[in-house]
Design a protein around this ligand. Structure first.
Ligand code: FMN
Length: 213
């Protein structure tokens, strides 16, 4: 795979663009995009297993590994996650985009999302909530704190296990190639597929080989 940064991701590109910039002031709002659109699975037993699509999610600490999801108390999943203190973050892909959207507009109060979407609940390693078998990465979480922020309550959680689909491990190098799973993201009301590789961590300071200069 070629690093496209050498052709268009360099300083000259934004220095040229700078001269044309002009800002429009918006009211304060949630504008950090793109974000993940994950499917969060929850439930202490099969009769209450549910899936809620969540974009207000992210990593907040490396060690211990911590992340958060923010959920409106009105969601069917809210009470389940609060009571069980556990959930699983399932990363989503192009193939799972339909189910991701559907689980984000239908409520578990009226639907069995696993069976209606043909998704497979798989036993997790450390929590009672199920993994979604079709997702390439399942992150098992235990709630450590709930912050009642306003419209959404933030579940600050510890990652207690990560399950990664074996088909995405490179057989020769052992490297996990998440991008082979076609991950998707969510930006201002729309879903996008990710995957255009533009450079590795630290590429901006990497010395160029003679042939790349
Ligand atoms: C892309 C997308 C992102 C969403 N992000 C969140 C979120 O971060 N927090 C939340 O409470 N609801 C979010 N929702 C809405 C819930 O997924 C939706 O209300 C769902 O029907 C709740 O399911 P439940 O009632 O079975 O829990 C999102 C929906 C979509 C489609």
């Amino acid at each position: 795979m070629s690093i496209r940064s050498f052709s268009f991701c360099n300083k000259e590109v934004y220095l040229k663009k700078k001269q044309k910039m002009s800002k429009i002031l918006w009211k304060p709002g949630t504008m950090i995009y793109p974000l993940p659109a994950v499917m969060v699975s929850c439930g202490g037993s099969p009769d209450e297993y549910n899936i809620i699509t969540v974009s207000w999610t992210g990593t907040i600490c490396t060690d211990p590994p911590m992340c958060y999801i923010s959920v409106r108390p009105s969601r069917h999943s809210y009470e389940i996650i609060k009571r069980t203190g556990e959930f699983v973050i399932n990363l989503t892909t192009r193939e799972l985009a339909f189910a991701t959207d559907w689980c984000g507009v239908k409520s578990g109060a009226d639907h069995n999302k696993f069976s209606e979407m043909g998704l497979t609940p798989v036993k997790a390693e450390k929590v009672k909530a199920p993994l979604i078998g079709e997702s390439p990465v399942n992150i098992e979480c235990v709630v450590r704190e709930i912050k009642e922020l306003g419209t959404h309550h933030m579940f600050i959680s510890e990652v207690v296990a990560v399950n990664a689909e074996s088909e995405y491990f490179d057989r020769k190098t052992g490297v996990f190639r998440l991008y082979d799973a076609n991950p998707i993201c969510y930006s201002h009301g729309k879903y996008y597929e990710t995957g255009l590789f533009i450079g590795k961590f630290g590429f901006s300071v990497k010395k160029k080989r003679k042939s790349e200069k």
